[in-house]
Design a protein around this ligand. Structure first.
Ligand code: MRU
Length: 363
């Protein structure tokens, strides 16, 4: 996607081929900063501290973590250590485990001398596939938006509500939930996005809004509690969100607060879609609520907010000293509340049979 007219991905190999460059997402929307990763430690810090975030991008970054880490040592023990370090960075997004497994499957059979080159090639391949996958999600999802637009007589914009950031910054490019929005916009379908601010880290306000401004797409930022009211008043045509882990049953785990939006959508007969690449499906899990590990993050993310004040990015405390906070970062939306899953292979129902019809190799 373009930033000030220049095409960017969220991660890429630097020109010297030895370092990896990322957009530091903790600095957006007020500063656009490219950060360099040249070691495994820098890579795991970038994932843990959310310079990169979003399930697909976490996976792609972990893949490059192998490439960077293997420059120190490339024997079997080093490989296991790299895998362990990366896996421990964040627990919920299954793409991290998926990427680590994929890299291990490619690298383990090779002699150490061939591992660095192979890691680089496989990480590059994961990125290229991610872009193609998300573009395809965009094409499938844009069909839904076109139907809604035509159903409204082709005169009014389609109102989409989204939560967190599942745009291009959360992937290598295009995004998942926002890919249909970008595609529709490019195809001339008028769209308007309700952007949940997404406390505590405000990925909606900081990242989704920034992406939409950059793309010239009409949107309004709303507080997390507005969605139900807007749905009751017919101002939301469709909800589209991303997912960090999708159970084989169709339960989806996404940024905290997604479940409440799904409940409100269900109560108001607003279609609730989840956009995801196949790499986000955890085929080993049948009960999302009972089995998906939920990341618990620092209470400071709740107790403080970050913003621009007199030209400087600052953090301010919003609760009294002595107040403790709880910060579960994700929640699970049961499949019964999900209208459909938008994947790179097409749109399907949120249930095991429909998913298997799209991914028969997992049967
Ligand atoms: O904690 P984050 O910012 O990594 O959470 C991201 C989300 O919840 C996204 O919605 C999800 O990863 C899907 S991204 C395409």
């Amino acid at each position: 996607m373009k930033v000030n007219g220049v095409s960017y991905r969220s991660i890429w190999l630097a020109e010297d081929g030895r370092r990896v460059e990322i957009i530091d997402q903790t600095r957006l929307p007020h500063e656009f900063v490219v950060a360099e990763l040249s070691t495994l430690a820098q890579t795991s810090d970038a994932i843990r501290h959310m310079l990169v975030r979003g399930a697909p991008l976490i996976g792609a970054t972990a893949a490059y973590g192998f490439y960077l880490g293997l420059h120190d040592r490339a024997d079997d023990q080093a490989l296991e250590q790299i895998a362990g370090t990366l896996r421990a960075c964040r627990p919920t997004a299954v793409n991290l485990r998926w990427a680590v497994q994929r890299m291990m499957a490619v690298l383990t059979p090779l002699p150490p001398s061939e591992r660095i080159g192979a890691a680089r090639a496989e990480a590059n391949a994961i990125c290229e596939e991610d872009v193609a996958t998300n573009k395809s999600i965009g094409n499938h999802g844009a069909g839904l938006l076109r139907e809604i637009w035509e159903g409204k007589g082709g005169r009014e914009p389609v109102n989409i509500l989204t939560h967190c950031n599942a745009g291009w910054l959360a992937t290598v490019d295009w995004g998942t939930a926002l890919a249909p929005v970008f595609r529709a916009h490019l195809d001339g379908i008028p769209v308007h996005v309700w952007v949940d601010e997404t406390r505590p880290r405000n990925q909606g306000a900081h990242l989704t809004a920034w992406e939409l401004v950059s793309a010239g797409i009409d949107h309004h930022l709303i507080v997390d509690n507005s969605g139900g009211h807007l749905m009751q008043h017919g101002q939301v045509d469709i909800c589209i969100v991303g997912t960090d882990r999708t159970a084989a049953s169709g339960d989806v785990c996404n940024k905290i607060g997604t479940y409440l939006k799904a409940l409100a959508a269900f109560d108001n007969q607003v279609p609730f879609y989840v956009a995801l690449p196949g790499s986000t499906i955890d085929w080993s899990i049948r009960d999302g609520l009972g089995e998906i590990p939920i990341e618990e993050r620092s209470q400071n993310e709740v107790l403080y907010v970050q913003g621009l004040h007199e030209g400087r990015v600052e953090q301010v405390r919003i609760a009294p000293a002595g107040t403790a906070a709880a910060n579960p970062a994700f929640d699970v939306t049961p499949a019964r509340l999900v209208t459909g899953l938008i994947t790179e292979r097409g749109i399907c129902g949120a249930n095991r049979d429909s998913l298997l019809a799209l991914y028969p190799e997992q049967a």
